[in-house]
Design a protein around this ligand. Structure first.
Ligand SMILES: Cc1ncc(COP(=O)(O)O)c(C=O)c1O
Length: 440
């Protein structure tokens, strides 16, 4: 065995979205999780301000979910959903349909958010073709959007670094402008006042390409990975109106906004905007087993099925689609959300969360604070000549002080489990304030 691949060496794991060299020189390890906390190998508790990665909405290692996974693994470890069924997949699809917006009750399963996005885009194209509009092939994303890392999601995504290494990507893609406008909206509480007009850029794209070539628009209702950008008041409503007017499908990528993060089951509920397709993942199983899903309207499903001239109507799916362990985890997760009233809890905590975050307005380096539901974004002035480094230093200082925060660019992004207590909110915010005071 080459000695670079020793047991316990950190070399072999090529870590995702991580400064590998920096991390491996100075690692931060966790070995256990429970409720609101992670634990380091030395047994130090780290309070989780990020729900893992926006995904453990019910907190960690919840007993009902653990038991459901254990039972499923012993009973039916795996079954394909290609031309064969097992009850948990049907039960979970029905349960999801029960909390999705009215009429969005045809559910395809995937294994991740990235796969959900690519599945959603393929459903949109297949639908246009099935209704005799194959010429509608363009996909419209948004600057600074994040839709995962597969080719479709990378193409409609709008984060430069995520795109620039990967050649021409998928053809026929264009982008709306992003909606961050700190000059007019700094320190907005909840949705910012200014910016509904950013949606009108869709009219420009329609003029440029013609609506007869555009299949779908995809947006995150709240843009997360790029650094927490809230939709301006009226923006999503306007986008819906324009999509309807031009016969364009609207896809909400709810990978982070689904499952209570905004104090409602989905962002579609919170904003009272009905998309045609919703992609989801992460908190669908409380992240205890990787899973994603796509919900389509019945009209889309029926159109694709009825137009098919082959027995299989949609040539798409994954070996893991509807995996029994994921479905078992998902059903137990929905039970946990309902029994503990976690979506409502997020709504109740929102004002307290908002006040706590905005108390950091006068903290060092802070140039904007954004919040909605149990999401927070704290934007820092970048260190001159070293963008992102100040936020990484805050991440490190918080971790050393027992608080996990996420940073993206020079933004601290927060998305705690929905079980968080008020005292824990104070603790996280207080730790960030101290970290901001200590970093250069
Ligand atoms: C809005 C959105 N879409 C897609 C994804 C990709 O999900 P995954 O990492 O599970 O592939 C993410 C991940 O953060 C996301 O935030």
């Amino acid at each position: 065995m080459p000695d670079t691949v020793r047991p316990n060496s950190l070399d072999a794991f090529w870590m995702p979205f991580t400064p590998n060299r920096q991390f491996k020189a100075d690692p931060r390890m966790i070995v256990r999780a429970e409720g609101m906390h992670y634990y380091t190998p030395e047994g130090r508790a780290i309070i989780d301000g990020t729900s893992g990665l926006w995904c453990c909405a019910a907190g960690h290692a919840r007993p009902r979910i653990v038991a459901a996974i254990q039972k499923a693994a012993a009973e039916l470890d795996y079954a394909t959903s290609f031309n064969l069924g097992h009850p948990l997949a049907f039960e979970f699809a029905n349960r999801l349909a029960g909390i999705l917006p009215e009429g969005m009750d045809r559910i395809a399963f995937t294994n991740s958010g990235s796969e959900s996005v690519d599945t959603a885009l393929k459903i949109a194209l297949a639908y246009q073709r099935a209704r005799g509009k194959a010429g509608k092939f363009r996909l419209i994303g948004r600057e600074r959007g994040y839709h995962g890392v597969n080719f479709g999601g990378t193409s409609v995504g709008g984060i430069t670094r995520n795109r620039m290494m990967f050649g021409p990507l998928v053809g026929g893609v264009d982008h709306l402008p992003h909606t961050l406008d700190i000059a007019r909206n700094a320190f907005s509480r909840g949705q910012p006042q200014h910016g509904a007009k950013f949606a009108d850029a869709l009219e420009r794209l329609v003029q440029l390409h013609d609506a007869s070539t555009i299949a779908a628009v995809i947006v995150e209702p709240v843009a997360g990975a790029t650094g927490v950008i809230m939709p301006p008041k009226g923006y999503l409503q306007r986008l819906r109106e324009l999509c309807t007017r031009h016969d364009i499908l609207l896809i909400f990528d709810e990978v982070i906004t689904g499952f209570g993060r905004l104090g409602a089951p989905f962002a579609a509920h919170r904003f009272e905007v009905q998309p045609d397709i919703i992609s989801m993942a992460k908190a669908i199983t409380n992240a205890a087993v990787p899973m994603g899903a796509v919900a389509a309207s019945r009209k889309i499903y029926d159109t694709i099925l009825e137009a098919s001239d082959t027995p299989i109507e949609f040539f798409h799916g994954y070996t893991g689609s509807g995996h029994p362990l994921a479905c078992a985890a998902g059903i137990a997760t929905l039970d946990t959300y309902r029994e503990e009233g976690l979506f409502e809890r997020a709504a109740e905590l929102e004002p307290y969360w908002e006040d706590a975050l905005h108390s950091l307005r006068d903290a060092s380096h802070v140039i904007d604070i954004r919040n909605l539901g149990l999401i927070g974004g704290i934007e820092l002035e970048p260190r001159s000549g070293a963008p992102t480094q100040r936020a990484l230093d805050v991440h490190r200082a918080c971790f050393d002080a027992g608080v996990l925060v996420r940073t993206t660019g020079d933004i601290i992004a927060l998305s705690p489990p929905l079980i968080i207590e008020k005292a824990q909110i104070d603790h996280i915010v207080g730790t960030i304030r101290e970290a901001l005071a200590t970093v250069a």
